[in-house]
Design a protein around this ligand. Sequence first.
Ligand code: GDP
Ligand code: GDP
Length: 455
Amino acid sequence: EFVGDEFADPDGVGGQGDGQGPVPVLAVVGRPNVGKSTLVNRFLGRREAVVQDVPGVTRDRVSYDALWNGRRFTVMDTGGWEPDASGLQKAVAAQAELAMRTADAILLVVDSRVGATEVEQAAADVLRRSDRPVLVAATKVDDERMVAETAALWGLGLGEPYPVSGLHGRGSGDLLDAILDALPETPRETFEATRGGPRRVALVGRPNVGKSSLLNRVSGEVRSVVHDVAGTTVDPVDSLVELDGEIFRFVDTAGLRKRVKTASGMEYYASLRTQAAIEASEVALVLLDASEPISEQDQRVLTMVEEAGRALVIVFNKWDLVDEERRLAMKRELERDLGRVRWAERINISALTGRATAKIAPAMRTALSSWDTRIPTGRLNSWLSDVIAATPPPVRGGKQPKVLFATQAATRPPTFVLFTSGFLEAGYRRFLERRLREEFGFEGSPIRLSVRVRE
Ligand code: GDP
Ligand code: GDP
């Protein structure tokens, strides 16, 4: 019954629309107060999605899932941070750069009552070079009479401006249709493209954990930036670093190299950059400062990696500062704070002395190979029937749900789908996940398990 094309339908396992597969990303850029958040809320159809920003407070999430006409896409809202007036032009241009690197389409939002200022001009100068589709939304067009005024925005050289009111919803349907037309069916980061090329690494962690120091050490030891590796074009913001005889591509390291010091209001930008680097990577090296307690910010970065579904290596840096007391405290913190990412390898290094930095490359290789793993369907199902025979799913409402079949729908990360005759409790799903790891490993990679109930 469960053969062949069952798994190839568009709403099928691991594909788009099932809550698991990768979806295209729309980045929203623009000055503060032009109405970005209001418009994004409109796309999401729920008011509470984007919280009003409190200055200086980092917003947790910058991406949101949107659904329009049955198609899912991710909205990356780049709003919410306010550099001082002098830096605004630069900041919005940087926002646009980032969007071009990470998104599948870009929406430049302009306040129709203000029109295009030099900030929008600066952003447009960047965006005109984009090889991604760019749309212009003229917001706050609350009634018909204001539509004519938006025509001036043709002058940005980005095509037809879409008049909308985020507040009342006017024009947002047309804009969403245009966005869906502009977005590709599948996001551009399908890692197939990188096969054969250097693997992509995100070096992330909160400020001062030692990211620049580590990058300098590992790239200083060997060749720093290698400009021509056969068959690859290197984005200038990435660094090619040779570790343990293998070249890795450290993505989005320009900021690290330049050692930009984060000014006030830039914390949000730092978090956005972190997210962008993770999205662009295959494996994340999350750096923590071993000499300090594990912080919420550390955990947020780890959560980003897990949610993005990337391979992970946890690197405790500054191990040279760790004494016996700290070591004991850390043991407790590991249990309490890092239980969720128990599957990730942890290595203790010192960027200062070079201690154990040689362990980084092997750990990344292990994590990536887990991330790439595909378990043959036959093997998966023979394992599954053994597990279920020994520990059947708990009875619910007098009925014993049957697990009929399992398949690995995707790799990167490994994604499994179970077909069942009834609801499986969360506890049992976690049990299966645990057993799956016991049997097949997956060290360093998140795994996904979803259940489909078949009547
Ligand atoms: P952001 O900083 O770009 O995210 O801008 P916000 O979405 O927070 O909006 C800034 C201000 O403009 C808020 O006071 C909104 O209520 C107002 N605003 C946003 N969209 C509209 C609109 O379509 N019409 C009107 N009249 N006001 C709007
Ligand atoms: P980033 O903000 O994550 O790039 O962190 P930096 O590389 O700028 O490092 C922040 C501070 O920590 C600097 O003063 C470094 O010298 C120091 N640091 C980095 N790695 C180590 C280490 O392994 N041991 C010690 N003791 N200090 C370190």
